[in-house]
Every structure is written in C-alpha cells, then in structure tokens.
Design a protein around this ligand. Structure first.
Ligand SMILES: Cc1ncc(COP(=O)(O)O)c(C=O)c1O
Length: 433
C-alpha cells in the first residue's frame, strides 16, 4: 500500500471516530426500527475500494461470494444489486430452458404467502406464473405446512416464501412437501440471516435462497443482495441471468476460461462465434459494484455479534412487555431460533386502544414503527387484476393489515433504548386500562 493511501485510510478512520453519535436522550434521540451499524473498518473498506477505483464488480465481490457461500455451507453465492433482484433471479432461474422438462412454464402455479413483502411475489407474476396465496398464523406471522399442502394442485411447480421478520416458517416440513410433490422451493431469507430451524440455518433447506443487504438488513452493502444455492446447475443459470443472459462464465476482465472460446456452435450462430457474446438466457444485468462488495465483506466479520444483539434486544422487549393486556406479542415458530429482523406487535381488537393510537404515541416519542410490509398484498392497487388463486380465506392476513406493526431490534438499539421503548408502551397501555 502506498504511504499516501495508508494516510487517507488512517484519516478515514479518524473521521469515522469523529462521527460517533452522542449520548441517548429519551424522547429526543430517534430509536430507528432498523439501520446500518457501521464501524471504522467498514468505512475504510468502502473508501479503499473507491480509492482503487474498483468501480465494477471485482475482487471484493468474488471474496464476498466465497465467504458467504462458506457461511451457509452452500456451493455458490452470487452477489446482486438488491434482495428484490435476488428474488427475481432465483425464481427466473427455475424457468430456464437448461432445466428441460423440469422448468416452470407460463401458467404454472407457485405457492406463496399473502402477508409479506411485494418482491417475494412479484417475480412469480413477472415470469407469467400464477401466485397461489395462503394465509399466515397470528403471532408467528408465518404460514404452516398444512396450509401449503392444501394449496397444491396439478399445476403447482414451486413454493416461494419468506421467513417473516426473521422468524422461520416451518421450512423442514415444507421442504419435505416440496420433495414429495416434486416442487422447487425458494426461501426468501432476506430478513433472516442467522435464523435456524431445527438447528440448521434457514436458507439451506430450499433449492435456492435469497438475501438482502439493504441497510435495514442483518449486514449491509448499501444496496445489495445475494442468491445462494447448493446446485451448480442452478448457480450457472443464476449467473447467466444476472450477467446479461450470457452463456460464458468468465469473470469480468478475463477471457477463455473454458479454453474453447472460439470452438462452440450454439443456436443458429456460425461455428466458432465468440462464446463471450453467446446468450443462452433472456437475461438482465443485476450485478453489484466492488465498493458495495467491500462494505458487505467487511460487515460479515460482525455478523455473529449482530445476530446475538438482535436476539438480546428481542428477549428484552419480550420480557418487558409480556404481561400487558391488549397486545399480541411475537412468538418464535416451534423448533426455531430466529435471528429477528423486527419485533411485531398486534393490537387486539378488544383492546381499549387502537394500533393507530399506540403507533402515534411511539412516533411522538421518536420510536420508529413499521408495518408488516404490505399486509395482505392482494388488497393493494397493483394486484387487483393479476391472475392468482387464493386458498382458504385470508382472515389473518387481513388482521395483520389492520392490527399489526413492528418496532426495531437492530444492533444500533442499546438496552437503555429498549427499556425506554418498554416504558413508553407500558405507560400507554396501563393508562388506557
Ligand atoms: C422478505 C423480503 N424480501 C425481499 C426484500 C427486498 O430486498 P431489497 O430491499 O434489497 O430489494 C425485502 C426488503 O426488505 C424483504 O423484507
């Protein structure tokens, strides 16, 4: 490293230390529902990538992909520019002609959940497939294997579900159903990095799994996401779709990895057409850049600590609010140990106050609140006329739309802040009873 670069990085670290937030002032300092927790190493890693002008995906992207695949003990990870892109790639991969008869075709059904984030569902529609919506349980906010089993029809080809706010859905049972009925399973693990079900990481049960690195998530790249799989065949397809649809798998800036660059004959192209420019998928460009990769690679160091702090904050809130009437507190799915994304609370219809009133009090005291994303997605304007099937009723998804919100547990929340949140909610609820 040149001495000038070392100096810039040292000054970067110094600058970081100057930015440290001041003391927490209850009711004045915002307690965010989520946010990035960045240290001086993160800032230095990001700045170093910029100093090197690694402006496209490069060495940090490759390092991150292999470190993250190793974390999951999966064969391949592909870094992308968002969790939504990861979901789009994961589901689109299942439509690849490379899968032959196994591939999903327009009109095929994919079972999903009505209450959640829109881009878990959108790739189903974007690929001309039909979402089949099932309801969730209250408390866990996840669906059950029974609901999924009931939704399977002769047209069903895949299941794509998110682990809600980090709380695992019963993924082992749903993976068994998928095997039994020859269905693909995609785990949207965007909110659940580090969660386990029966002692095994979520994201390792399905054919493909996705992660988001938006600042709200467990580790961040700014904007970013990842697709992981244990299948080399699916990984090749994901990479092709991510990288313009090309058939070639050379890393950017390298040529002729296969030693047959000018020897193929594909499609109706002339023999020997440069393999770098042969397209086997109708693809996208969804790559992330190296400064993003350098940041998320640096964040990965702290993942175990982040997961532990999220669990600690969750426990503190659970214990502090346990005896309050009128509230339904979150419950971990049986057999799971969630790496929580947030702390969902439902205001029971019989409570002498409404969600709106409680949320207003929290926001007044600078405590950030969020909805359980879309609530019942089928009630949103964009989904009024989409082809879909609904199995059973969506009573609980409607309940979530009307009565549920969540507050933060992210590692930027200290125990002092969590206690202030508890005190605010306790004072509000006891004052109304
Ligand atoms: C469950 C779930 N899936 C997908 C996404 C999309 O991730 P991104 O914002 O990185 O596109 C989110 C975003 O929060 C999410 O919560």
């Amino acid at each position: 490293m040149t001495s000038l670069k070392a100096l810039v990085l040292e000054q970067t670290r110094k600058y970081h230390r100057e930015q440290e937030p001041g003391d927490f002032v209850p009711g004045v300092t915002p307690i965010l529902s989520s946010g990035a927790v960045l240290d001086e190493d993160d800032r230095a890693a990001f700045v170093e990538a910029a100093l090197d002008m690694r402006i496209a995906a490069g060495i940090s992207a490759r390092r991150f992909e292999s470190a993250f695949a190793a974390y999951y003990k999966l064969r391949k990870a592909h870094l992308v520019n968002s969790g939504s892109s990861a979901n789009l790639l994961a589901l689109t991969a299942l439509t690849s002609p490379k899968l032959g008869e196994a591939r999903l075709r327009p009109g095929d059904e994919v079972i999903t959940v009505a209450a959640g984030f829109p881009t878990t569902v959108n790739p189903i529609l974007q690929n001309g497939l039909v979402p089949v919506f099932v309801d969730v349980e209250l408390g866990t906010y996840n669906t059950t294997a029974e609901r999924v089993a009931e939704a399977i029809s002769p047209r069903t080809r895949a299941i794509m579900i998110a682990h809600t706010l980090g709380n695992p859905f019963p993924v082992a049972e749903i993976a068994d159903l998928a095997t039994e009925h020859d269905l693909f399973l995609v785990e949207d693990n965007c909110d659940a990095v580090g969660s386990t079900y029966r002692g095994k990481l979520t994201g390792t049960f399905g054919d493909l799994t996705t992660v988001s690195f938006y600042p709200a998530h467990h580790i961040t790249a700014g904007e970013g996401g990842c697709v992981l799989t244990g299948s080399l065949e699916l990984a090749r397809i994901v990479e092709s779709l991510r990288d313009w649809g090309r058939d070639c798998w050379c890393e950017p800036g390298t040529d002729n990895t296969c030693l047959k660059r000018f020897d193929y004959q594909m499609g109706t192209l002339p023999a020997g057409y440069d393999h770098k420019y042969v397209y086997s998928h109708v693809g996208y460009n969804l790559k992330a850049t190296d400064p993003q990769a350098a940041l998320v690679l640096s964040q990965l160091r702290r993942l175990p600590e982040f997961i532990e702090t999220r669990r600690r904050n969750f426990r503190r809130l659970s214990e502090g609010l346990a005896d309050l009437p009128g509230l339904l507190l979150p419950q971990a799915t049986p057999d799971s140990d969630p790496s929580w994304f947030g702390f969902p609370i439902s205001v029971l219809p019989e409570a002498p106050f409404t969600r709106q009133q409680l949320v207003a009090r929290l926001e007044e005291r600078k405590i950030g609140t969020r909805r359980l994303f879309a609530g019942n997605l089928t009630r949103h304007p964009a989904y009024q006329d989409v082809p879909c099937r609904i199995v059973g009723d969506l009573t609980n998804s409607d309940f979530v739309t009307e009565h549920t919100f969540w507050i933060g547990v992210y590692p930027g929340i200290t125990l002092e802040m969590a206690d202030f949140v508890i005190d605010t909610i306790r004072t509000f609820v006891t004052g109304r009873h």
